[in-house]
Design a protein around this ligand. Sequence first.
Ligand SMILES: [Zn+2]
Length: 172
Amino acid sequence: MSEDKLLFDADRNLITMGDRRVVFHCHHYNLFLQRTIEDGLGTQDAERVQVAAAMEATRAMLRSRTPVAAAASVSQQLAQCNRLFGALGFGQANLTHITPQGGRITLTTSHYAVGWKAKWGVAKHPVCYFPLGFWMGALSVAANVAPERLLGRELSCSALDAACCELEVEVL
Ligand SMILES: [Zn+2]
């Protein structure tokens, strides 16, 4: 992949990034899918499964980068991930307090939190499973940390009327 660019093939009507196809879904699709999984598994297991799935999808996507992009410093790679996160429509992230040893990521906007409130009102629990998994996957690849060494949780979520979403990633 050339950096973090999304490429549109008009002849085939495909969007790709590296060797991966990219499909965009609206908040209706994404949140109904999330809620359906919660209905089936319960909130705790649904969160665990969706965070893990998001982390693995993100790791696979980032591993398809060119060697040049993958050779950038940790902070450069995280900045690339932040541009990608925004370009994919997941929100705006502030990475001031994240290091290769972990830390916190603030989402000033979150597709999942804004979408949840728009559809169903104030949530009963944090809802940003995909963003949490995305940033765990991004840190795993950028800092070359095995995914099983990462713990993550959402400390506050704007779907619960917090001012912003705050994610915490810990490296064991
Ligand atoms: Zn949130």
